[in-house]
Ligand binder design. Sequence first.
Ligand code: ACO
Length: 379
Amino acid sequence: MTTGATAAAGLEGVVATSSKICYLDGERGVLAYCGYDIHDLARSATFEEVCYLLWHRRLPTRAELGDLQSELARARLLPEPIVRMMRSLPPEHTMDAVRTLVSALAHHDPDVGDDAPPASMRKAVRLTAQVGTLVATLGRLAAGGAPMLPDPVLGHAANFLYMLRGERPSALAGRAFDVALMLHADHELNASTFAARVAAATLTDIHSAIVAGVATLKGPLHGGANAEVMKMLETIGEDADDDRVVATVRGMLARKQKVPGFGHRVYRTEDPRATHLRQMSRDLGRQANNTRWFEISQRIEAVMKAEKQIDVNVDFYSASTYHTLGIAVDLFTPIFVVSRVAGWTAHVLEQYANNRLIRPRAEYIGPEYPQTFVPIASR
Ligand code: ACO
């Protein structure tokens, strides 16, 4: 006995909602936010402009962008109880801390209990600002440093690096991180965005929906993959010769292990985000006088292409990029949150604006119906 339909494994190819936010063409390798090609945005926009675009579905005027920048800068300071809570959490599980602290932020939000559209929009802006501070401060504490106050003069990306490292980043590093944030800001109905939309469709509050997104992003098949890439690179080792690089990849494939940073549910060609991250990894490596991680990454990419015809995804070169920016591996997935919170909140607001409960069906493949109930005394 079944519900009459067959389940699509992993919902592959299923169109589950309509959305005006993100256009994705996996065959041609196209990614566009509200119609704007990701390559144009990566070349010319800023993360704040992309936030405005995702939330309002049009590019801001100079005045609108200025207002948003000020709003974000004002919202960067964390409530004191959140900083105390941050210090009380085990330092080694940063993504767990981010999940817990995003949830805790709801209690201290000035609009708590108000889920009307203007309040939810204000919460989206605050969450985006606060998550940057949260992740930078977690990173700073884990490295034994004292929390930094945000610098209101700096943009979102540069301020993040400043709060994390305690010094203003170079122009190249600041711009590279800004582009990285833009590239990760949205990606249609990926697993974490779907989770956030499913939560939002029950009309729960925006913080709860974003917690669902964070929890889902954490997995190694999704946002956790960038950290796995760096762990793989470190296992190979900076001084490894070519044979070792090739043998490591071939060994993983022979053991039927997934090589992190490769493959994608939608793209059948290069992930357009990877094009920028590859270049960034190379440029930052050159600036730091160490292109070794970039070269090893390139070699892994060539082996994967030759052996499996699989392309890199967004996570592959973000690993060497973040590492060269001096960011600890534990922060790689939290940094994904710093960016994707913009996309999640945009999707949650879109879901609220045209809501219907998301409640699909399952193909039943359990024991035949009806079974005869045997009382416990007779079992
Ligand atoms: N390494 C080796 N083989 C791979 C990889 C990989 N990274 N990815 C896919 N394949 C192979 C599979 O073994 C399978 O081969 P087969 O048909 O011979 O068995 C085929 O490609 C299809 O793979 P699936 O896992 O069925 O593809 P799916 O669409 O379900 O998964 C996913 C996509 C999860 C991204 C997968 O490619 C993967 O696990 N990649 C590694 C983890 C990763 O990088 N995740 C980040 C994705 S991007 C993001 O979430 C931000």
